[in-house]
Design a protein around this ligand. Structure first.
Ligand SMILES: C[S@@+](CC[C@H](N)C(=O)[O-])C[C@H]1O[C@@H](n2cnc3c(N)ncnc32)[C@H](O)[C@@H]1O
Length: 278
């Protein structure tokens, strides 16, 4: 029998999801919530949304299952290419130039809502392809997301041939192993690139994150769009505190308007530079 959801139940779920994750489920998303949970109700032998509400309130793991089902994880390698063009031609080059003065050969980047890993691995490939002598550098990329499901995929670094289409062909062999046997048609991130990554589960709504700041660049793309205005500005201001002076904040192209909350100048559309200290 199809599951039914009253308007009151939907409002309760909207509020729960909003309070815990910042994701605003639009009023028209009731059918989507029902369809995404239909299978789960069968697995858990749950018959109604009121019953399921009690389950998620008492079981954090199940709450995370719910978050996984309602959030959008759409991503791709080298998404929003102009960001990567800028990242390579300006950011990495600037890091190299500064290293001649300071002797610091370290790059730290945070991919804040990394989904299944395409974004942080694209960042890694951009850095490794642009630095003249990458082995002389310490490169660290923090990749975080609220969803355990996508973080597991990111850690695994296994992608179907279809996902690989956005990566220039000449990079495939350099950074990925071609699957054989039951993995034929899939590609796995090579260990040396995976070793650059640190994966963590963070909720952007947490008041602070248990990490040290001072990142050279932060990518927070295509996640703020799901939050309301106040929350967007809050998250952006918090992230600014984790950026070093002179560091760059990358927002999604459709999130450019949130950049105003940084108070920083725009360097290219949706990329902001924290001023150098006096
Ligand atoms: C559409 S994907 C964007 C992925 C990548 N940044 C990109 O631009 O391709 C949005 C990601 O944000 C994550 N997310 C949603 N709410 C979050 C929150 N409150 N804290 C951390 N991550 C969140 C989702 O799990 C999802 O993987």
């Amino acid at each position: 029998m199809p599951i039914k959801m009253t308007d009151e139940e939907f409002t309760t779920f909207q509020k729960l999801i909003y309070d815990e994750t910042g994701i605003s489920l639009a009023n028209g998303k009731k059918d989507l919530l029902i369809s995404r949970l239909a299978r789960r109700f069968i697995d858990l032998n749950v018959g109604s949304f009121s019953e399921y509400y009690k389950v998620v309130r008492n079981d954090h793991k199940e709450f995370m299952e719910l978050v996984d089902r309602v959030s959008t994880h759409m991503t791709e390698f080298f998404r929003e290419q102009p960001h990567f063009d800028f990242f390579e031609s300006r950011f990495v080059k600037e890091m190299e130039k500064n290293s001649l003065k300071t002797g610091r050969r370290k790059i730290t980047v945070w991919s804040v809502a990394c989904s299944s890993g395409e974004e942080p691995y694209s960042i890694a490939m951009s850095i490794l392809e642009t630095l003249a002598v990458p082995v002389n550098w310490e490169i660290k990329i923090l990749a975080s997301d609220i969803s355990n499901g996508v973080l597991e995929q990111a850690k695994n670094g296994l992608y179907t041939g279809d996902r690989m289409k956005d990566i220039p062909k000449y990079l495939w062999n350099k950074y990925f192993l071609k699957g054989t046997g039951e993995n034929a048609g899939n590609y796995k991130v090579k260990d040396f690139m995976r070793d650059i990554m640190i994966f963590r589960r963070f909720n952007l709504l947490d008041s602070q994150w248990p990490i040290r700041g001072g990142f050279d660049a932060i990518f927070c793309r295509n996640v703020l769009i799901y939050f309301d205005k106040e929350m967007q500005a809050d998250v952006v201001r918090k992230l600014c505190g984790y950026l070093r002076d002179g560091g760059y904040l990358f927002l999604g192209h459709s999130e450019t308007f949130v950049g105003g909350a940084t108070g920083y100048p725009t360097v290219i559309p949706s990329v902001f530079k924290k001023p150098e200290s006096e």
